[in-house]
Write a protein that binds this ligand. Structure first.
Ligand SMILES: Nc1ncnc2c1ncn2[C@@H]1O[C@H](COP(=O)(O)OP(=O)(O)OP(=O)(O)O)[C@@H](O)[C@H]1O
Length: 265
């Protein structure tokens, strides 16, 4: 179930340093507590820029207009907001064991001694379904597959129990089977923790299988936002219909339905 607004975005525009054209232009959108919102649109439409604005991850000289209004205190990245990037390498230090990275992150945000942090690290690796979590604590990032590294990056992102997790094309570099597994994991984590999920993808089918609501961006603007089923079954915008048609032609999986793991063969 989704609840009260977590974040209200009003007329937000973002211009990157050294550029003149807004990468996000006049976007208004609400993010509700506990919901899964998919942000879709083609490459360059402004999805990551919007996500970075929400996470406070834009460089200092970025020009920002309009408002981001949080319910409660302004959240801190890493503590209240978790961010998972397309390339898990961006979040993982190749020279540190997985256990050391998780313990460091946990102790930076929570009042835990080393032993308690290590127990919590192992529990997190269990939650993201990494095989043999105890052994994984002593291993290094290069010893894992791309999908496993992404599971570890997700464990790091949720370590401090954030209220919002942003998955920015987090499954795009993975093959289809692993992509479905990671998407199912993100759904499960958001459900069991009551954590809001902002899922960014250019894949409307993936969005439909995961999200409560879908927001569609095109050329820096938000062109459509609504319940996932409504956006997919009865899109109001020609651009959304184009995105759907492009996917239909690929004869892809059903667009709205149970999580991928629950679909019978
Ligand atoms: N670091 C940056 N400096 C300057 N301009 C940027 C930067 N990052 C993105 N942009 C510009 O902002 C616009 C929106 O890009 P953005 O990455 O937000 O789109 P996107 O929809 O997330 O695309 P993709 O799916 O390829 O990541 C593009 O014109 C892009 O060139």
């Amino acid at each position: 179930m989704t609840g009260a607004p977590l974040l209200t975005i009003r007329d937000l525009s973002v211009i990157w340093p050294g550029t003149e054209r807004p990468a996000v232009a006049g976007v208004s959108l609400d993010l509700r507590q506990g919901e899964r919102l998919a942000l879709i649109g083609e490459s360059g439409s402004g999805k990551s820029t919007l996500a970075r604005a929400i996470a406070g991850l834009l460089p200092p000289r970025t020009r920002l207009r309009g408002g981001l209004h949080w319910a409660g205190d302004t959240p801190r990245l890493g503590r209240d907001i978790g961010y998972v990037f397309q390339d898990p390498g961006g979040s993982l230090d190749p020279l540190l064991s997985i256990g050391a990275q998780l313990v460091e992150t946990l102790r930076a945000h929570l009042p835990l001694d080393r032993a308690a942090a290590r127990d919590r690290a192992q529990a997190l690796l269990t939650q993201v379904r990494l095989p043999d979590p105890a052994a994984a604590l002593a291993a290094y990032p290069h010893q894992f597959s791309g999908g496993q590294r992404q599971r570890i990056a997700i464990a790091l992102a949720i370590a401090a129990d954030p209220k919002l997790l942003i998955a920015d094309e987090a499954t795009s570099a993975l093959d289809m089977l692993v992509q479905a597994e990671i998407t199912a994991l993100l759904r499960e984590l958001s459900e069991t923790r009551g954590m809001t999920l902002l899922f960014i993808t250019h894949d409307i089918a993936l969005a439909g299988g995961l999200a409560d609501r879908i927001a569609v961006m095109r050329d820096a603007h938000l062109v459509e936002a609504g319940a996932a089923r409504q956006v997919i079954d009865a899109p109001t915008e020609a651009y959304t219909r184009q995105l759907l048609a492009a996917h239909m032609d690929l004869n892809g999986p059903r667009l709205v339905g149970p999580a991928p793991e629950a679909v019978s063969a």
